[in-house]
Design a protein around this ligand. Structure first.
Ligand code: NAD
Length: 250
């Protein structure tokens, strides 16, 4: 059974598609007011429209500090508070071994996946500290625990998200704000479209390596995020929860 989040406010980045869209929808279904954050205005408005209810669509680049500060402020001015955040926006660039990888790709990956999470937490935590309560879930990856040939910047960014999560978890534990992370395995979202198109055999191999024998569904991350935000997770702090069909247990 999902907890009732009536009267609560959730802020979800990367909400126009995939894991973010499913999680924004799950928060709305649980009764929360939801701010959907994504890069493109039309895409994020379309996503908010498909969810319906008390949603707010905000176009924002999470790697840009002014843009993040404004998005958090707008959420608070519209809905009056901020209870939950899922800092999920992320990018994956073309695969290349470290010696051949593009420096621009490295910088962009770190800017969105790591700096973006840090910037969002910075402004969310200011409000949650004023309120004296809150819960944040950051999106790492199973790649936050292991290396990934050809994906050095991505895996480094996801390891970094766990460092940010543990540190903020410690900093805010006594202030009634819990910071945790999810570590998704391989999910059926647009992030894996290029793999499906260009290297379908690699996707098949990945599926074979996942103990559960299939890709995850975005709703399976959403339910983990809502659990971590809910009262049932009151003692869980600085934790990285694998949502990976058993991949990291091997
Ligand atoms: N799909 C997987 O298998 C998988 C596995 C592990 C972790 N993840 C992580 O889950 C998160 C969501 O990925 P997804 O699979 O839903 O992919 P997705 O591509 O469907 O969604 C990512 C969303 O983030 C948005 N975004 C990208 N850059 C942004 C920016 N600078 N500012 C605001 N929004 C931005 C995109 O527009 C997109 O809507 C990512 O952090 C990803 O690394 C995904």
């Amino acid at each position: 059974m999902t907890e009732d989040f009536q009267g609560k406010v959730a802020f979800v980045t990367g909400a126009a598609s995939g894991l973010g869209f499913a999680t924004a929808g799950a928060f709305a279904e649980a009764g929360a007011n939801v701010a959907l954050i994504d890069l493109d205005k039309d895409d994020v408005e379309d996503a908010a429209g498909r969810i319906g209810g008390a949603t707010l669509a905000i176009a924002c680049d999470v790697s840009d500090e002014a843009s993040v500060e404004k998005a958090v402020a707008r959420t608070i001015s519209e809905f009056g508070r901020l209870d939950f955040a899922f800092n999920n926006a992320g990018v994956m660039v073309d695969r290349a071994e470290t010696a051949n990888a593009s420096t621009d790709d490295f910088d962009r990956t770190i800017a969105v996946n790591l700096r973006g999470v840090w910037l969002c937490m910075k402004y969310q935590l200011q409000e949650m500290t004023r309120q004296g309560a809150g819960a944040i879930v950051n999106c790492s990856s199973m790649g936050g625990e292991v290396g990934g040939p050809g994906l050095s910047a991505y895996h480094a960014s996801k390891h970094g998200v766990l460092g940010l999560t543990k540190t903020a978890g410690l900093e805010y534990a006594a202030k009634n704000i819990r910071v945790n992370a999810v570590l998704p395995g391989v999910f059926d979202t647009s992030m894996n479209d290029s793999l499906e198109e260009e290297q379908p055999e690699m996707l098949e191999q990945i599926k074979d390596e996942v103990p559960i024998g299939r890709l995850g569904k975005p709703e399976e991350v959403a339910s983990a995020v809502l659990f971590l935000c809910g009262s049932g997770a009151s003692m869980i702090i600085g934790h990285g929860l694998a949502v990976d069909g058993g991949f990291l247990a091997r």
